[in-house]
Design a protein around this ligand. Structure first.
Ligand code: NAP
Length: 311
């Protein structure tokens, strides 16, 4: 029987994804129909981006699974009409590798104090050598697919890495913590703090006035996770007081970041436009199609979202 796969993401993505989805589907030997438009009652799988025009899943009466192209699921996880298995994107070769590179680059920028020499209009001669990585404890909030990969990469560079997750974990190269005491331990040690938590009601304002005050004075914050993880006003106060030396922010409560937002003008904030990492079509198509293959052969889907936890 033909497997009907609806591609329901931004139109510009179709040209990128179509050839890779087709070649991965061809390799399964399944008979399939892949299109951006089909009668809802015929659709077996939806390849999905939460900003898609498909927001009501009710008419998709034979739907077997919704397969997300993004790692973040906060915009769809509470959709009451989405009742079938919902898988998020885990794309090691593309998304994870891109995040490891972005996080490593921005960590090294702050660790090495590169800004002082890259922009030096007064030609100041500042012969302060940076510490080596082993003297720069780094913390990662969120030890999932992305946080654990970034933590392990930083460990390989020599940084002492501690991390925090909802459940207690054991990851080579990372001192893992959980619970509120665990968060306190990670924060008090982290000269560079990286946020890779999902956006859920529990993670909102994880960094607030109280938790920012736990960081060593002059810490750096790098947030490629989600905007709501940080209380913006508390961060601005912490930057102004010197408690936080610099924040590199890739994600915001409102995107694009409004022109009048204080982050744009703040000299201690680097704004990047949600480009830390992106799902890459060749590898992501293989991940999507592996889940279709699993669905068709009765095997459990990979990377299912936990609706109760919200990620
Ligand atoms: P993931 O595998 O689901 O990992 C999430 C991690 O956060 C897990 O370790 C989880 O703990 C932890 N966590 C969740 N809720 C928590 C809580 N209340 N307290 C403590 N820890 C909590 O997600 P991922 O694939 O690594 O992605 C992480 C996030 O990165 C995404 O949700 C998305 O927001 C963001 N992202 C951003 C970009 C970008 O370009 N800026 C790109 C991709 C993704 P457990 O391990 O115990 O479950």
């Amino acid at each position: 029987m033909t497997v009907n796969v609806l591609f329901a993401a931004n139109e510009t993505r179709w040209a990128q994804y179509e050839p890779h989805l087709r070649s991965a589907l061809d390799a399964t030997g399944l008979e399939y129909h892949l299109a951006t438009d089909m009668a809802p009652e015929d659709v077996d799988y939806i390849v999905y981006a939460p900003n898609s025009s498909v927001q009501d899943f009710t008419p998709y009466t034979r739907l077997k699974a919704v397969l997300n192209l993004w790692a973040g699921v906060e915009d769809a996880v509470n959709n009451p009409t989405l009742k079938v298995p919902y898988a998020r994107m885990v794309d090691d070769e593309g998304l994870t590798q891109g995040m490891v590179e972005w996080v490593t680059g921005h960590t090294l920028r702050h660790h090495l104090g590169m800004d002082a020499h890259i922009v030096n209009p007064d030609h100041a001669w500042i012969p302060d050598a940076p510490p080596v990585a082993s003297d720069r404890p780094v913390g990662i909030l969120g030890l999932g697919q992305l946080g654990s990969a970034c933590g392990q990469a930083l460990h390989r560079l020599g940084f002492p890495v501690s991390g925090w997750a909802r459940s207690q974990k054991k990851i080579d190269g990372i001192t893992c913590q959980s619970g509120s005491d665990g968060l306190r331990q990670v924060l008090t040690q982290s000269q560079i703090l990286i946020l890779l938590l999902p956006s859920t009601p529990e993670t909102e304002n994880t960094l607030n006035a109280e938790t920012l005050a736990l960081l060593p004075k002059g810490a750096f914050i790098i947030n490629p996770g989600r905007g709501p993880l940080i209380d913006d006003a508390a961060l601005v106060d912490a930057l102004d007081s010197g408690q936080v030396a610099h924040a590199t922010l890739d994600v915001f409560r409102t995107e694009p970041l409004p022109q009048d937002h204080p982050f744009w003008a703040h000299p201690k904030v680097t704004v990047t436009p949600h480009i830390a990492s992106e799902t890459r079509a060749p590898s992501a198509a293989r991940v999507i199609v592996e889940n279709i293959r699993r669905g068709e052969s009765g095997e459990p889907f990979l990377y299912l979202v936990d609706r109760d936890a919200g990620y």
